[in-house]
Structures are given as C-alpha cells and as structure tokens.
Ligand binder design. Structure first.
Ligand code: NAD
Length: 361
C-alpha cells in the first residue's frame, strides 16, 4: 500500500521522539512492502517562529491532503508570552476543527513489565488492563450555550446564576457510537456505552441510539453503564473493559482517570478521527521542555500512536501488532527510559530505545 503521512515534528523534545516513530514506520514499510511518504508540516512553536501563527492555512491543507497525521507535541516556555490567539495550543485546536475530528480514542494499557508503575493494587493490575476510552469531541455541554445572568433570589436580593447547555443530536450520537462499535470489532468485540440515562435527556437519547446501533453489530457484546459507576469500575476492576464510548464531558474526565492507570505519561498514545479514516495520532504528553536535547525522552507513546495509525486508519492490523510486540519484547529485555526505570533494568536513551524496537522488528 502507498500512504501519505503528514508529519508534525513539534517543539522542544518532540522531534526526538517523533524521529524514532518515523524509523519504526520506515522499518514496517520495508518489511511489509508498503510505501510511506512524509510531508513535513509546521505547527505550534515552529510555525510561530516561521510564519507568525501556529497553524497557517497552507500547513492545515497539507494535513487534509494526507492519509493521516502523525503529531508530536507542540509548545513550550519559548512561546509562553505569545498573545492567547497565537499560542502553540491554538494550532492543535485549529487542526482538530479543520480536520473535523469528533472522536478521541485513548488506550489505557498496563504493560505487565511496568505493573509496578500503576497506582492500582497489583491484585487488580494482574487481571490485565487493556481498554480504550472513546470520547465525543465536538458536542455536548462544552459546545452548548454558556450564560451567566443576574436573577432575583427568594429574599428579593439579586444574585448571579449560570447555565451550560448539554445538547446532542441523534446524528452526533450515531457517528461516535459507530466509531465505538467499529473499534470494538477491531479489538475484543466488547463495547460499554457510558451515560447518565437515569437523569439526563441527552443520555436517554444517547442510549436509544446506541441500542439501535447495537442491532447492527450482533458480534459485539454490548452493555450500558452509568458514568458514576464507570468512574468507580475503572479503579475497581478495569479488566472488565475493552472499549468504552461516551459523550464529551464524561469522556474528558474518564479518559484522564484511565490514562493515570498506565503509570507513565511516556507510554500513553491517542488518536482523533472524523468522518474519514484520515486521523491525527499523537502521544498524550507534551513537548517535555525540561529534558529536551538530552536524549532522555521516552519515544514509546509516539511509536504506539504510529501503530494505532496503522491499525485504525490504514487497516494494517498485522503491522500494528508487530510494533506492539516489538515494544513488548524490548520491555521484556529490561530496557527502560528514565520515566519507566526500575531496579534491575537497563537505562537507555530515546534513540537507543528506538534502536532496540527496530532490532526486534
Ligand atoms: P509534558 O507532558 O511536556 O511534561 C510533563 C513531565 O513529564 C515533564 O517532567 C516531562 O519531562 C515528562 N515527560 C513528558 N513526556 C515524556 C516522555 N515521553 N518521556 C519521559 N518524560 C516525559 O507537560 P508540560 O511540561 O506541562 O508541557 C510542556 C509543553 O507541552 C507546554 O507548552 C504544553 O502546553 C505542551 N503540551 C502540548 C501537548 C500537545 O501538543 N498535544 C500536550 C500537552 C502539553
């Protein structure tokens, strides 16, 4: 297959970990007979320095013309004093809205070799934790009407009141629900939809649409769960989950809770997708300015994000499996970057970690 990948190398330590992910992709292309071509895209601090804005139209156009985007992380102290509307993070928002990305997918996997780093008890971790949270990104309460007004209280005095509107259409629910079912089909075929249908109308509609979709996916073992219970179950028995799908605010909270379980930010990958298979794949961590240029940063989150790109955008499951197995083998060998280092293991830098993963491939 031939695939065009837009590459955003990012700021500070980001080019260091993105470079390792590119080496891994090149090795996969060589091994499986694919051609990956890269288009360099400037975004964030690098684009501010070059063009005076974090995501010029022409750079966004390169992303839209690609089959998918591999993104490092943007921003850092150099641009802290830039005006709010020109900050590096604006580039991220511009990319998400420009590419109409409505679903965010964050895997939460505890690698057995790193079980000690998880804040959960070993008796819970031992059962195996490997699930993804799919969060709706462009609707719900964050995008409904926000209003603060002065009202008259019961005693006649005036006080302030605030309203935030949670709004979802069937169409918005169906498209994210479908991402949930399709993701489950590519994994262990279990989907849990999270809502608050005992209270909220948006959740009642959410549940109705999800049940309708469930009939289209008879192979998927489907369940509903209330969000408060889900928050508890993620701590108590996360091994029960394969794919969770939920609305924007619930997903914001649950995906942060879920990513904590992994133990190190250097291992946590993510993807964002819209109506097409052209998505954005990135680690959840930032540009690690404090260790930039020191070859200390862990490239695994970005390498695993590249594997997600192969699995979810390019339909290359075997290739994605190969990358994940190579990471697993390197961890088995006891190689660790500083963020995941533990007693008895061998400390390596960013490039040496990339070398080791390549050798396994
Ligand atoms: P950060 O994630 O960059 O760093 C937090 C801590 O984790 C630091 O000590 C860092 O050294 C460490 N760390 C991060 N990634 C690591 C890795 N792969 N391996 C080893 N250690 C790692 O968060 P921050 O310091 O709050 O943010 C730095 C900059 O990154 C800020 O400008 C922020 O806005 C930006 N940021 C960008 C994104 C993005 O592009 N999606 C996401 C988060 C933060």
């Amino acid at each position: 297959m031939e695939k065009k990948i837009a590459l955003i190398r990012g700021d500070y330590a980001s080019p260091e970990f993105v470079a390792q992910a590119v080496r891994v992709l090149d090795r996969i292309a060589e091994k499986y007979g694919h051609t990956f071509t890269y288009t360099e895209v400037d975004m964030g601090g690098a684009a501010i320095d070059k063009y005076g804005e974090p995501l010029p139209e022409a750079e966004l156009a390169k992303c839209l013309a690609s089959d998918s985007v591999l993104l490092g992380s943007v921003g850092g102290p150099k641009w802290d004093d830039v005006a709010a509307d020109k900050r590096p993070e604006r580039g991220l928002l511009g990319l998400r809205s420009g590419m109409k990305l409505f679903s965010n997918n964050r895997p939460s996997k505890v690698w057995p070799q790193l079980a000690e780093a998880s804040p959960l008890k070993s008796s819970i971790v031992e059962k195996g934790i490997d699930f993804v949270v799919i969060r709706e990104l462009t609707g719900g309460i964050y995008f409904g009407e926000h209003k603060t007004e002065t009202v008259t209280a019961a005693d006649g005095a005036s006080e302030q009141a605030a309203t935030d509107v949670m709004y979802y259409t069937e169409h918005e629910i169906e498209r994210i629900g479908r991402v949930g079912f399709e993701t489950a089909m590519k994994r262990r075929k279990k989907l849990c939809s999270v809502d608050k249908a005992n209270v909220l109308d948006t959740s009642k509609l959410w549940r109705k649409v999800m049940h309708r979709l469930a009939e289209e996916y008879p192979e998927v073992e489907y369940s509903d769960m209330l969000v408060d219970n889900c928050a508890m179950q993620i701590c108590k028995d996360p091994s029960q989950f394969d794919v969770l799908v939920t609305e924007n605010m619930f997903g914001d909270i649950l995906s942060d809770e879920a990513s904590e379980i992994v133990g190190s930010i250097g291992m946590a990958c993510s993807s964002s997708l819209g109506e097409t298979t052209c998505g954005v794949y990135e680690p959840i961590h930032g540009s690690a300015p404090d260790i930039a240029g020191e070859d200390k940063v862990n490239p695994i989150a970005t390498i695993l994000s590249a594997a997600m790109m192969l699995r979810y955008s390019f339909d290359m499951a075997a290739e994605a499996d190969a990358i994940e197995q190579a990471v697993n083998a390197v961890l088995d060998d006891g190689l660790r970057t500083a963020d995941i280092m533990s007693e008895g293991c061998t400390l390596v830098g960013c490039k040496a970690m990339g070398d080791a993963i390549l050798a396994k491939l």
